[in-house]
Write a protein that binds this ligand. Structure first.
Ligand SMILES: Nc1nc2c(ncn2[C@@H]2O[C@H](COP(=O)(O)OP(=O)(O)OP(=O)(O)O)[C@@H](O)[C@H]2O)c(=O)[nH]1
Ligand SMILES: [Mg+2]
Length: 308
């Protein structure tokens, strides 16, 4: 559980000077991306010594970390490396079908980490993808790690960009760097981090390489030491914005505790049958089941009104 002391930065003055001014005011230090920089407290020896694998012992935690990513990119391998547990891994997609939880302690803080099934997008099409989608959208993780395959970056970035739309507390684990190298690919992780606006930690999880940098990046984002500036799409047509605003307000009124109501509004406008049904059944996030059928019907009516 978060202690509630982290900041969820909202930058108002978007110019570099404005951002620096606000950071100085808030006494925030921006880590160079990737968050792997020189210095004792980021060196491998220091970090490795600071990691305590807690296995399934997660009675109390300070932060929750979600491990997301496309199928077969090494999420469970990272999970095992950090927790000491033995989640099923293997060289085919779709191994993890339900979420698995474990713990680790790092830099004096306790983390609950959740290994999720692989998903290509937040527009889930299967049950295991729904498990991942629901946790990323409604589980309110303090940090979402997106594990990506460095040798198939383009395909993997689709999910990264979708996640950056809904949260600004993201770390990208650029995994399978050995495979990328084997295929003659060079990934400029600094440039990638700059473009995405979040830390990027290169890793070879199978051989436990890069876990130090990944841990440091997770810790920096969790504690608010690193403030992300995620890349977002800006060009929403005004008609659409108006309809989404209206619907989002309705959803917030009916379900005040539902995170990412805007995302839900967009999916409803898109006619996403799974989301409509999940909303009707009260299965989205922590929706209360009380009165859901009635309120879902109201949403349906208002949806038509907003889309008209
Ligand atoms: N070469 C190489 N193999 C890796 C690396 N990380 C993981 N693997 C291998 O990739 C395969 C898939 O790893 P998993 O951890 O099961 O992947 P996953 O993302 O959890 O897969 P799903 O749960 O099916 O989505 C396994 O054979 C791992 O040993 C890496 O950095 N380099
Ligand atoms: Mg897995």
């Amino acid at each position: 559980m978060s202690d509630g002391t982290q900041t969820n930065e909202v930058q108002t003055d978007e110019t570099p000077a404005g951002i620096v001014k606000k950071m100085k005011k808030d006494k925030v230090t921006m880590q160079p991306f990737p968050a792997v920089s020189a210095g004792c407290n980021t060196c491998a020896v220091h970090n490795a010594a600071n990691l305590f694998k807690l296995g399934v012992d997660m009675t109390e935690w300070d932060y929750v970390v979600a491990l997301s990513g496309n199928p077969n990119v090494g999420k469970s391998t990272v999970f095992n490396a950090l927790t000491g547990l033995h989640q099923h891994t293997g060289n085919w997609p779709g191994k993890t079908v339900a979420r698995a939880e474990g713990g680790f302690e790092y830099g004096g803080a306790r983390y609950k980490i959740v290994d999720l099934p692989g998903t290509y997008s937040l527009l889930a099409t299967s049950l295991d993808e729904e498990v991942a989608r629901d946790f990323i959208l409604f589980g309110q993780p303090d940090v979402t790690v997106v594990v990506v395959d460095a040798s198939r970056l383009e395909r993997n970035l689709n999910l990264v960009l979708q996640i950056l739309e809904i949260t600004d507390r993201v770390v990208v684990a650029l995994n399978l760097m050995d495979e990328a190298k084997r295929h003659g690919l060079q990934v400029d992780e600094r440039q990638l981090a700059r473009k995405l606006g979040v830390p990027v930690a290169p890793t070879v999880a199978r051989y436990n390489e890069g876990m130090d940098g990944l841990l440091q990046a997770i810790s920096d984002v969790a504690t608010g030491k690193t403030v992300c500036r995620p890349h977002r799409f800006q060009s929403e047509p005004s008609d659409l914005r108006h309809a989404v605003d209206q619907l989002e307000r309705e959803i917030r009124t009916l379900y005040p505790d539902l995170p990412n109501a805007r995302w839900v509004a967009l999916r409803l406008l898109d006619g996403d049958e799974r989301i409509i049904q999940a909303l009707r059944r009260g299965e989205l996030g922590d929706l209360s089941r009380t009165g859901v059928d009635e309120t879902a019907d109201n949403i349906g009516l208002r949806l038509e009104g907003a889309a008209a």
